[in-house]
Design a protein around this ligand. Structure first.
Ligand SMILES: Nc1ncnc2c1ncn2[C@@H]1O[C@H](COP(=O)(O)OP(=O)(O)OP(=O)(O)O)[C@@H](O)[C@H]1O
Length: 483
């Protein structure tokens, strides 16, 4: 039995709301079923590829149902973007976090204290949910039967961080304990079976068909070309390799037929929006400077930049402005970034988890068009990241497992990249890959690049034992904690 049968069944035409309020022509596959399950009062677990359109699955029910939906989101920038978009569509949505101005905070609290809030969607951080002030207000709303739903966006964070960095993710168990009949929806693009079980057990979601509807879709993004580029410290060739690649793309766009087309649409040759992920703020700054010196419009983005600079950089990149084609970012710039025409994502260094890699790659090609994702892999970087993960984390085993899986993916030269990704996330069927990875495109080339490109494994581990890699390799272990 779903958690909402005691309420009046909804006879709303959700297709009409989709068109009128959200200005979208039609549902994407599975969105309608997910929204219907939510409206029937089930707990809903949604696992779907990046850019699937998961946000709509809790936003639309929040608009058609009575009561307020609380959306728990890990990232300030993510909630601000979503709230702005909802408000622009005339929907009463707000966010409540450490940077909410006092006057707005007061208004929101006053609205909650009435027990019958006007607010349809309230975005909050897990940290806020642990505060007694917020909890008391929400209990008032609940007693008036106006608490419609709890939506947990980017739910994998519960498992990834709830056990150490951001314990408040784990404390989200409070919702089910306190409001046993309020449905919960959780959404993620990147969870394997262990992470999924962990999320559901923390949130008190029972995995049976009476209470819960599970939607497990393939994580595959078939429009992303996945590639590993092998390198080693000795060669130090990332910059020249990247410049060669991007200039090749510009040159192709300068060919007469293509150029005429771009002129017709008023598009610049260099407007190939992309993101390069680095792991340190210093490298983020120095790499964007080197790219600018080479005539490429690149800007840094990391947590230490002031708020105005970050907002300006993001806005100008989103508007495709000259000089802002490429964002060189730390992982502070990741989950939830929703620019439709990102044509490439480059990982300059090895990310520290499989999930992080795939989330970040998922910023590319959100318009469905072909996009390029490549990762520079070196065994020296693996040593460095492994050391960071082992020493910094309070939960090193799970983190090392994810890093090791990523290293195996990079070192795998005999399988489709998409197949390895899907297998990691527990997909049992092999995905179709239409030459959308380096192995499908040219397996012999992958093999020879692998043989040529990497440092000898034994040499690397000897060097590591001698402390050769003890150079500063700043890496935040908790990049998303910006509240
Ligand atoms: N039915 C639809 N028709 C057209 N566009 C849609 C539809 N549903 C969602 N979108 C758009 O798709 C884009 C991606 O949606 P959203 O940000 O919710 O993705 P997501 O699944 O949460 O991805 P990620 O996990 O990467 O954050 C947004 O720009 C959204 O407006």
């Amino acid at each position: 039995m779903s958690r909402k049968l005691q309420r009046t069944p909804s006879c709303t035409d959700i297709g009409f709301t989709l068109r009128r309020q959200f200005k979208k022509e039609e549902f994407r596959p599975h969105q309608r079923e997910i929204i219907e399950a939510a409206l029937e009062g089930y707990d809903v677990y949604v696992q779907a590829a990046t850019s699937f359109g998961k946000s709509l699955c809790f936003q639309l029910p929040a608009v058609v149902e009575s009561g307020i939906t609380i959306v728990v989101s890990p990232l300030l920038s993510l909630m601000i973007n979503q709230v702005e978009a909802l408000q622009a569509s005339g929907i009463e949505a707000y966010s409540l976090n450490s940077s909410t101005p006092p006057s707005i905070r007061q208004n929101i609290y006053r609205d909650l204290a009435t027990g019958h809030p006007h607010t349809r969607l309230l975005y909050v951080t897990p940290e806020l949910c642990s505060g007694s002030n917020f909890r008391e207000r929400l209990q008032v709303v609940y007693r008036q039967k106006e608490l419609a739903r709890i939506a947990i966006d980017e739910a994998h964070c519960i498992s990834e961080w709830g056990h150490d960095f951001r314990k408040d993710f784990k404390r989200l168990s409070w919702f089910r304990e306190t409001f046993p009949d309020v449905p919960i929806m959780c959404l993620t693009a990147t969870a394997n079976a262990n992470v999924r079980n962990d999320i559901m057990s923390i949130l008190g979601i029972v995995p049976d068909s009476k209470h819960t509807k599970m939607f497990l879709m393939s994580p595959q993004r078939s429009n992303l070309h996945l590639e590993i580029r092998y390198t080693k410290d000795e060669d130090d060739d990332r910059l020249s390799d990247f410049l060669f690649w991007i200039r090749g793309v510009y040159n192709r766009r300068c060919e007469p037929a293509r150029k005429a087309e771009l002129d017709r649409t008023g598009e610049r040759v260099e407007n190939i929006p992309g993101i390069i992920y680095t792991t340190s703020r210093d490298e983020c700054e120095s790499l964007s400077a080197s790219l600018r010196d080479a005539g490429i419009g690149a800007r840094p983005f990391h947590a230490k930049l002031d708020k105005d600079t970050k907002e300006e950089t993001l806005a100008r990149w989103i508007n495709n402005e000259d000089g802002y084609d490429i964002i060189v970012a730390t992982t502070a710039f990741g989950m939830g970034i929703d620019k439709d025409n990102v044509r490439f994502v480059v990982h300059w260094r090895l990310p520290k988890s499989f999930e992080g890699y795939y989330q970040e790659a998922g910023r590319a090609g959100r318009d469905g068009n072909a996009s390029y994702c490549f990762l520079y892999y070196s065994r020296e970087d693996l040593e460095r990241v492994d050391r960071m993960v082992s020493s910094d984390a309070k939960n090193p085993n799970a983190r090392r497992q994810s890093l090791n899986a990523l290293a195996r993916y990079c070192e795998n030269i005999s399988e489709c990249r998409h197949a390895v990704v899907c297998a990691y996330f527990g997909e049992t069927t092999k995905p179709e890959c239409d030459f959308a990875c380096d192995w499908h495109k040219d397996p012999a080339d992958v093999q020879s690049r692998y043989m040529r490109g990497l440092a000898d494994a034994e040499f690397v581990s000897t060097q590591a034992m001698q402390g050769t890699y003890d150079v500063s390799y700043e890496m935040s272990m908790d990049p998303y904690c910006d509240d």
